[in-house]
Write a protein that binds this ligand. Structure first.
Ligand code: KMH
Ligand code: ZN
Length: 274
């Protein structure tokens, strides 16, 4: 089986220091968390950025500051900016980090209820526009799907030329409004993607580690981090994102699967390697 690619989603756009005081906001906090995750075994940092007070932003300048600070600490880690941003942001705002020429970026492939009145909007035209931009800039999309129908949309857009093959998916499982996080659902998702695709799994909240374990066994990859979950175990807040990465490393090694370095992750995903 291929080595395991671990992605660390270190701060997201919605989680706050009220949820866990260790959620990073400042450039320095973000860079330190990224480095600790890299040292623990993460080869990809899924990156959102914040103002110093925690307000989510898609500012190209702020992304550049954070990416530079991360690269100073761990030059070879793969940085994957979010183009999802935060609920309610415009398409142009969300696209800002792709103009920094990253190797990867997320491409959200459908609209999803996010609880309460929040809707994460991704119309077909938005997805096509983002997909075309990523092809133009030679950025590998991580196709984010919150439900099975979004896989089908991605496959349709792949056939029409808006997303290149082989596709790399992230199954986000357990969001209110998206697919639930059970082994059955994950197996169903994994069997619904084209044969040449790869996938990672983001289990939300208490589903983080159970979904990680199933993905490790299925040959998929794993994403963990405060964006998805702030606990290392029931009721115990994580002291750092790296604790979550360390736990996945332990589970994976126990199950006989080695951890991919950034170089190996680039080979598995076919990245341009900037
Ligand atoms: N914060 C969510 C609205 C992504 O990074 O592409 C969107 C999100 C997905 O986190
Ligand atoms: Zn994200």
């Amino acid at each position: 089986m291929e080595k395991l690619i671990i992605t660390a989603a270190i701060c997201g756009a919605e989680v706050t220091k009220e949820h866990n005081p260790n959620v990073p906001y400042t450039v320095d906090e973000i860079a330190k968390e990224a480095e600790a995750c890299y040292k623990a075994g993460a080869s990809i940092i899924h990156l959102h950025v914040r103002e110093d007070d925690g307000t989510p932003t898609q500012s190209k300048e702020r992304f550049k500051e954070c990416i530079d600070a991360i690269k100073e600490r761990c030059a070879d880690v793969i940085i994957q900016p979010s183009t999802g941003g935060a609920v309610g942001m415009s398409d142009e705002e969300r696209l800002q980090p792709i103009y920094l020429n990253p190797e990867m970026a997320t491409l959200d492939c459908g609209t999803c209820n996010f609880g309460g009145d929040d809707i994460f909007v991704n119309t077909e035209n938005t997805i096509k526009y983002f997909g075309e931009k990523m092809i133009e800039l030679n950025i590998k999309p991580e196709v984010e799907v919150f439900d099975k129908g979004m896989i089908d949309s991605a496959i349709r857009l792949n056939k029409k030329g808006y997303i290149k093959s082989p596709m790399h998916f992230n199954f986000v499982m357990g969001v209110n409004g998206g697919i639930s996080a059970t082994p059955f659902d994950l197996t169903f998702m994994a069997h619904s993607i084209p044969c040449d695709s790869t996938f990672t799994v983001s289990g939300i909240g208490r589903a983080e580690f159970p979904m990680a374990a199933v993905s490790i066994v299925l040959g998929g990859h794993v994403r963990v981090g405060f964006e998805d979950n702030v606990y290392t175990s029931k009721g115990k807040l994580a002291s750092s994102n790296s604790e979550l990465v360390e736990k996945v490393v332990r589970i994976s090694k126990e199950l006989g699967r080695e951890i991919a370095s950034p170089k190996e992750a680039r080979e598995i995903l076919g990245l341009k390697g900037v």
